[in-house]
Design a protein. Structure first.
Length: 183
């Protein structure tokens, strides 16, 4: 399927440092898989933002970013992902980051953004995230307020995943049920 079939005018602009392909995601309303190949830095982040704004403008607000071929993201690029999250949330959308390379994951982690994003390893996990989140009548344990098991600092988690305590810097993990673990 051609990118322009999903989002009219998507292929009008190109950037050699970041190639973006789109695929329809079956079974999820207003969803698209965005395949990123290259890197995102200060110089191409405007292009990246324009392209994703076209996607959201076309009504596709449930976005799975396949990052398996994304080999670098600067802090500006992470800021772009944060802006997309703020753009889709009011439209009942969400973002999943899929197959993040370890060095890219590390940048998200160092800047403290891991806790804001849904990060999945497989496309099936990403699809399940959207199906669970958009099932009427389901209740979530998040946001969850809890005490750090190391220093007892009161913390708040907006979703499951791994993050760092703001006081003692212990690495913590929270599962989908809201259980807190070291690690």
């Amino acid at each position: 399927m051609n990118n322009n079939d999903l989002v009219p005018g998507f292929n009008d602009e190109k950037d050699d440092s970041l190639k973006i392909s789109l695929e329809k995601v079956d079974g999820i309303e207003n969803a698209v898989l965005v395949i990123l190949n290259g890197y995102i830095d200060t110089y191409n982040s405007v292009y990246f933002q324009k392209q994703v704004n076209k996607i959201v403008g076309a009504g596709l607000v449930n976005i799975i970013f396949n990052c398996s071929n994304l080999n670098y993201v600067s802090s500006t690029g992470i800021g772009s992902f944060t802006a997309f999250l703020k753009l889709v949330k009011p439209k009942n959308g969400d973002i999943v980051l899929l197959n993040i390379q370890p060095k890219v994951y590390e940048v998200f982690q160092l800047l403290g953004f891991i806790q804001f994003f849904n990060i999945k390893e497989t496309i099936e996990d990403a699809i399940m995230h959207f199906k669970q989140d958009h099932t009427p009548g389901t209740t979530s344990v998040f946001p969850k307020v809890f005490s750090c098991p190391v220093c007892s600092r009161k913390l708040k988690a907006s979703r499951n995943g791994r993050f760092k305590c703001s006081d003692c810097k212990a690495i913590l993990a929270i599962d989908t049920s809201g259980n807190v673990f070291l690690g």
